[in-house]
Write a protein that binds this ligand. Structure first.
Ligand code: ADP
Ligand code: ZN
Length: 291
């Protein structure tokens, strides 16, 4: 059975055709321009692929409430032409069942189905890239709630030596404002990738990421945390984050997972395909619901 996957991102749209076994058969990507231009290309791509269902993991915020009038809308994005855009309605031109969730929920689902959350009932996938966001799986279900978790905007305690104002227009000291890729670049005045040999950059970065993780551990209590996104290509961050997390928890939580932090806080396991694979699974689940 052929399934379609669309990872709808703020900079690019990744489209793939695969199957229910998590095999990707073809994949292509286009830049995210205006909805008119971009959506036509997406519909053209999928229209002759004989897919039985489509799974969409979208940038957002998005409305995930099936009972809401704006279900399937991208709501308040900084990308002006996509504000209040009815993504799902446009895709209905394909006349197939469409599963819809956030990009990060698709990633946590990909890892839960085929990756390093396979045998666990709960887990969190966090992307640290252009933005910061997290997909949360609890008892095998993707967490939605009132809107969906907006982990990137949790408030953090600023480092006493950090006087950078933060990049978020809403909050002076949120996770994304202080620790996203663009915030690193604004604070230090260089591309993040060119700061590799400056340990102070990554120590400060780990200080903020660890605070974010501690809050997630204390609220969702996941069995494992996966860190993905462009910034996490700096692999030296992992040991720094693990030790800072333990320092901040200060011995309060005693679980087998925390005694083995190398297996608790881990990199994404699906070669950066966790999102697109999660979209295939979203498609499969929607098809089962539809029957
Ligand atoms: P997006 O979040 O847009 O999907 P990415 O996850 O690739 O895309 O994140 C892009 C951000 O990650 C950029 O802001 C860039 O600064 C940062 N980034 C990309 N590659 C690296 C790297 N090797 N080291 C550090 N930062 C990186
Ligand atoms: Zn914010």
């Amino acid at each position: 059975m052929l399934l379609g996957a669309l990872e709808a991102g703020g900079t690019k749209m990744v489209m793939a055709v695969g199957n229910e076994y998590g095999e990707i058969l073809m994949q292509s990507s286009i830049p995210t321009e205006t909805p008119d231009l971009t959506m036509n290309r997406i519909i053209n791509y999928f229209s002759d692929k004989k897919i039985a269902a489509l799974g969409v993991g979208s940038f957002g915020p998005v409305d995930l409430d099936r009972n809401s009038k704006s279900y399937g809308f991208i709501t308040s994005t900084p990308k002006k032409s996509w504000v209040n855009y009815n993504l799902l309605e446009t895709l209905k031109a394909l006349q197939i069942p469409i599963g819809f969730d956030t990009d990060v929920n698709a990633s946590v689902l990909g890892e839960a189905t085929w990756g390093c959350l396979k045998d666990l009932s709960s887990g969190v996938y966090i992307t640290i890239g252009t933005g910061i966001g997290a997909g949360v799986m609890i008892n095998g279900n993707l967490l939605h709630g009132m809107l969906h978790p907006e982990v990137g905007h949790m408030l953090l305690t600023r480092h006493e030596k950090d006087d950078y104002s933060g990049i978020c227009p809403y909050h002076p000291n949120c996770f994304e404002g202080l620790a996203s890729g663009p915030s690193i670049e604004m604070r230090w005045g260089r591309k993040a990738i060119d700061l590799q040999d400056h340990p102070e950059v990554w120590e400060l970065e780990a200080f903020y990421i660890a605070q974010g993780l501690v809050n997630i551990i204390l609220t969702y209590s996941p069995h494992r945390i996966i860190l993905g996104g462009g910034v996490m290509h700096q692999k030296q961050l992992f040991p720094m984050i693990r030790s800072q997390v333990l320092r901040l928890l200060n011995g309060y939580i005693k679980t087998p997972q925390l005694t083995n932090p190398d297996e608790y806080i881990v990199p994404a396991s699906l070669k950066d395909n966790q999102g697109i694979l999660g979209c295939l699974e979203l498609a499969k689940r929607e098809l089962l619901l539809d029957r």
